[in-house]
Design a protein around this ligand. Structure first.
Ligand SMILES: *[C@@H]1O[C@H](CO)[C@@H](O)[C@H](O)[C@H]1NC(C)=O
Ligand SMILES: *[C@@H]1O[C@H](CO)[C@@H](O)[C@H](O)[C@H]1NC(C)=O
Ligand SMILES: *[C@@H]1O[C@H](CO)[C@@H](O)[C@H](O)[C@H]1NC(C)=O
Ligand SMILES: *[C@@H]1O[C@H](CO)[C@@H](O)[C@H](O)[C@H]1NC(C)=O
Length: 333
């Protein structure tokens, strides 16, 4: 749809200042919305345009209010800015709790002195580029492949791209539900018992539920052991990242997180228990800034989101339940 053609109709649709009671998009708002549409390559029908405009404006105002305040992180417009949080949740997050029940983990290392700073992206060629899950609740598959990709690279020096789609299509027997959710720990179990996972190229990602096309002769990586970290033991998470490799964890995404742009994310209002986590990601390191400790985390919402696809989140406080469900695999090499 060529939007420019329809824009003069705004007045006819009752969106002139003063006539729309809930939100009154100004000319400035509308011009920002138009450039955002162009930037994000979105093309809407007339109806969709006027449905999305107020949502965009509400998100934009929220971002402006947040950035004017004294927060440790900044928010910004991104390609999700025309979605309400309810819509975002439905498309990109888990719809129901995922039995994140690794209460007592099997990570049994004595806690020694972990270094102050770890970043696996800087230690060598150990972390694959940020991927994009698209509109499918498959974050758990990206957290899983990201973790195993790094663990294999650290063990063998070979950085491979592994197949998320195989996990979407084939890992149901381990309580995973394709685009409707799953857990990295359960996906590692699947890869272990399945005796391997194929590559991104031989089993490419479609962002949709599909039927299983696993080919055993195309396996490129495998899991020897699954390591769960005991619930709320954030120090063990640090120890695992410092001494082993990046680790998978889950946490609760709330509406402000969707517009995260930079800085250390923190939220006094989100939940902290395993039944509330709704998104799985990959901790590739940790550090601190002005005495504020944080995790360095790889997300799966594309490289344009956040800090080149990454985010920082406060460390040491089980922020948004991030210490309730962490795990990593020991690769079979
Ligand atoms: C801003 O926040 C920091 C900590 O995040 C705090 O130390 C400082 O006092 C706050 N400043 C104001 C003006 O609220
Ligand atoms: C949680 O576990 C129970 C029992 O194993 C199972 O019936 C249920 O489907 C699981 N829920 C999810 C979301 O995996
Ligand atoms: C790890 O946790 C998952 C559940 O998230 C469980 O199915 C699995 O048995 C646990 N594995 C170990 C080795 O404790
Ligand atoms: C995807 O498939 C799983 C079963 O593997 C099912 O539980 C889930 O509802 C499906 N989700 C979608 C979005 O089709």
């Amino acid at each position: 749809m060529f939007l420019g053609f329809y824009l003069p109709l705004a007045g006819l649709l009752g969106l002139l200042p003063g006539t729309c009671s809930a939100l009154e998009p100004t000319a400035q708002d509308e011009s920002e919305f138009k450039s955002w549409l162009l930037q994000n390559n979105k093309k809407y029908s007339l109806q969709e345009y006027y449905h999305r405009l107020p949502i965009f404006v509400e998100n934009k105002r929220k971002i402006e209010r947040h950035n004017a305040g004294n927060s440790s992180f900044q928010m910004g417009l991104n390609r999700f800015s025309d979605l309400s949080f309810a819509e975002f949740k439905k498309r990109y997050l888990w719809q129901e709790p995922q039995n994140c029940s690794a209460t007592k983990g099997n990570f049994l290392e004595a806690f020694g002195a972990a270094p102050d700073f770890v970043d696996w992206r800087k230690k060598g060629n150990y972390v694959t580029p940020v991927k994009n899950q698209g509109p499918c609740g498959s974050c758990w598959t990206f957290s899983t492949t990201g973790c195993l990709e790094s663990a294999v690279a650290i063990a063998t020096g070979q950085l491979l791209l592994l197949s998320e789609q195989q996990l979407v299509d084939c890992a149901q027997a381990f309580n995973n539900h394709g685009c409707s959710g799953g857990l990295p720990s359960q996906a590692f179990e699947y890869i272990k018992y399945n005796k391997g996972i194929m590559s991104e190229t031989t089993y490419p990602y479609t962002a949709q539920n599909g039927s299983c096309h696993f080919q055993p002769d195309k396996v490129v990586a495998a899991v020897k052991e699954v390591v769960n970290i005991t619930i709320y033991d954030e120090l063990s998470m640090e120890q695992a990242v410092a001494t082993h490799n990046p680790i998978s964890f889950a946490f609760e995404v709330t509406d402000d997180f969707v517009s995260y742009k930079s800085g250390v994310y923190t939220n006094p209002k989100c939940h902290t228990t395993p039944d509330k986590v709704n998104h799985a990601v990959l901790a590739v390191g940790y550090a601190q800034e002005n005495g504020e400790p944080y995790w360095i985390v790889k997300n799966s919402w594309g490289p344009e989101w956040g800090i080149d696809g990454y985010f920082y989140i406060e460390r040491g406080k089980n922020m948004c339940g991030l210490a309730s469900c962490a795990s990593f695999p020991v690769p079979q090499v």
